[in-house]
Design a protein around this ligand. Structure first.
Ligand SMILES: NC(=O)c1ccc[n+]([C@@H]2O[C@H](COP(=O)([O-])OP(=O)(O)OC[C@H]3O[C@@H](n4cnc5c(N)ncnc54)[C@H](OP(=O)(O)O)[C@@H]3O)[C@@H](O)[C@H]2O)c1
Length: 338
């Protein structure tokens, strides 16, 4: 079977299409014919060599993918041949707290990912894909979708009428927008682009704030909420935007520390956390239990992931470059049937 390997650190140009032996599913494993996969910023960082962890190479990238089960091991009880499944990000974090997640069992590094024709998965590290989604849509769920769900519901206990502030218009933010709307929350989106803000409003965002035109965007959040602030903040900007997120936070707000797109340098005043009794926590994607809960919500509400662009899977390098520089609205996906 064919796979695309990262063969050396230091750049997307080190991706190579290779022949690998056809994987055989062990006792509790399933073999999946991959139909579609999706790229995340983490994949860009791993390829560049700037991710916080170095993995042994060669490595097949991508935590996200969907496919059809084509063979099962003798001890498999969760799936049968013909099922359509998504792989989970954490191979051994089935449920419960992050204490149960093991760093050496993340798909797409250090465990081989979905950028191949076939993938061998432990049956505990897969979930049924929502039936109404296309393969391209279902491929987007494992990382960005579960991250948004975990932040807002598994940890955040989001309630109707609360305000969710989500930064940017990338994959995580667009899932947060859709999930928060389905839960009856008010949604505020920030973006560097008025055109993207208009598209976010079409998807249900109540308010859009251009963070490029308004460097003090927290003041706009406060003004729009009668000085109350946002209850849940999806913080993807990192240290550079964290001070603004704190300023935009309601009393007892929850700030989900998810990414650091603006860089990893910056400083905050811890007293700002104290003054509003804010809870800030890291979000590490989420467990299979969160993935399954999210899929139920996606099915019941008929939600469809927001897709920016679909590339043929052999153009993975192009897709990663596009994610890095193209500023997509929603997800970038690879179609393995093209
Ligand atoms: N912790 C986790 O479990 C986890 C899981 C998934 C992702 N992440 C991280 O979360 C971040 C977002 O992921 P994603 O998949 O949504 O990324 P993405 O699809 O690449 O989207 C990023 C978007 O964020 C906005 N943005 C860029 N720089 C920004 C800044 N300095 N301040 C505020 N917004 C900014 C941009 O929106 P506009 O173009 O609209 O301005 C951009 O389109 C990445 O750093 C990623 O590595 C973490």
């Amino acid at each position: 079977m064919r796979a695309i390997e990262l063969q050396a650190p230091g750049g997307i140009e080190n991706l190579r299409l290779v022949e690998r032996p056809m994987p055989e599913p062990g006792g509790q494993e399933i073999l999946v014919r991959v139909k579609a996969s999706a790229v995340n910023y983490r994949d860009v960082e791993i390829a560049r060599g700037s991710y916080h962890t170095n993995f042994t190479l060669p490595l097949v990238l991508l935590s996200d993918g969907v496919g059809e089960v084509v063979a099962v091991g003798a001890g498999v009880s969760r799936f049968t041949v013909g099922d359509r499944v998504c792989g989970t990000f954490w191979q051994r974090w089935v449920g419960g707290s992050f204490v149960m997640a093991e760093a050496s069992y993340q798909r797409g590094g250090p465990v081989d990912g979905m950028l191949s024709e076939f993938a061998r998965l432990d049956e505990q590290a897969a979930v049924l894909a929502p039936a109404h989604l296309s393969d391209v849509e279902a491929a987007t769920l494992a990382c960005a979708g579960v991250t948004a769900w975990h932040a807002l519901f598994t940890e955040g206990n989001l309630k109707p009428g609360e305000t969710v502030l989500s930064l940017g218009t990338g994959g995580v933010s667009m899932f947060a927008l859709q999930f928060a709307r389905a839960a009856g929350a008010r949604v505020m989106i920030t973006s560097s682009s008025d055109e993207k803000l208009a598209r976010a409003k079409e998807l249900g965002a109540h308010d859009g704030i251009n963070y490029r035109d308004n460097p003090d965007w927290a003041s706009v959040v406060l003004a729009l909420t009668g000085e109350r602030g946002a209850d849940h903040i999806m913080e993807v900007g990192g240290p550079q935007s964290f001070a603004q997120s704190l300023k935009a936070a309601a009393r007892c707000a929850q700030i989900n520390v998810i990414g650091y797109l603006g860089g990893s340098e910056g400083s905050i005043n811890p007293l700002d956390i104290f003054r509003r009794q804010v809870r800030a926590r890291g979000i590490p994607v989420g467990s299979r239990e969160s993935f399954e809960a999210m899929n139920r919500a996606i099915a019941v509400n008929g939600l469809r992931p927001v897709i920016d662009t679909v590339f043929p899977w052999q153009k993975a390098a192009e897709a990663l470059r596009y994610l890095e520089h193209g500023s997509p609205f929603g997800k970038v996906v690879l179609d393995h049937m093209q």
